[in-house]
Design a protein around this ligand. Structure first.
Ligand SMILES: Nc1ncnc2c1ncn2[C@@H]1O[C@H](COP(=O)(O)OP(=O)(O)O)[C@@H](O)[C@H]1O
Length: 192
């Protein structure tokens, strides 16, 4: 039988420190708000939000094993370990928590990196992760402001801040985020 909302919350919250669970609660609340605002299904958005960081505190070796043994994105292993939990989270959501909705699984898989051709639900959860009330990094208020204009404006601002920070620190940038950002810029250009 599929997990109830409450059972899912209990199981997922047990896998992370309280601070990260508080962040997840913020992403749940913000995902529902953005879904209502932009015409996505709030319940599906909330389910993806509950699970989005399920693997965030798993040991790196455990994440690596799941990626290798199940033939998930081998390319991902060439990039920052911080990115792995999203791919692993989607796998765990499907195989451990019996989530069968591919839209929810996609929203978990792409919540950190984004991708070209993001679905409405993917945009909602990814943006909620940037702007949930507990976030206070420099520039977050500008992203919040843009999020009230459109999902695309908000996400471009979010991805730009992530990419800028990585460039400043001379870190490797996972290309999917650049593709996601370019795609969103083109979408907005076509609207003009
Ligand atoms: N495109 C990218 N390329 C490389 N590293 C990235 C990229 N996007 C995010 N990261 C890294 O992943 C980290 C975690 O991302 P974040 O959005 O905070 O995930 P979470 O919501 O799970 O905390 C960031 O601090 C950054 O260092």
């Amino acid at each position: 039988m599929a997990y109830s909302r409450e059972a899912l919350i209990e199981a997922v919250s047990a896998q992370m420190p309280d601070k990260r669970w508080q962040h997840t609660l913020g992403v749940m609340e913000t995902s529902i708000k953005l879904a209502e605002m932009y015409g996505a299904d709030p319940q599906r958005a909330e389910t993806a939000a509950i699970l989005h960081d399920v693997a965030k505190y798993w040991p790196v070796e455990r994440m690596k094993d799941i990626i290798v043994q199940n033939g998930l994105s081998a390319e991902l292993l060439q990039y920052d370990k911080q990115l792995w939990h999203a791919e692993v989270g989607a796998f765990v959501a499907e195989h451990e928590y019996e989530i069968t909705d591919p839209g929810i699984l996609g929203a978990i898989r792409y919540h950190t990196s984004g991708r070209e051709g993001m679905s409405l639900l993917e945009k909602v959860v990814c943006l909620a992760d940037y702007i949930e009330p507990g976030r206070d990094f420099p520039g977050v208020d500008e992203i919040r402001k843009k999020s009230m204009m459109s999902l695309e404006e908000g996400l471009i601002a979010g991805f730009d801040s992530t990419i800028s920070l990585l460039l400043q620190k001379r870190r490797v940038v996972f290309p999917l985020t650049v593709l996601a950002r370019n795609d969103l810029v083109r979408i907005l250009e076509e609207k003009i």
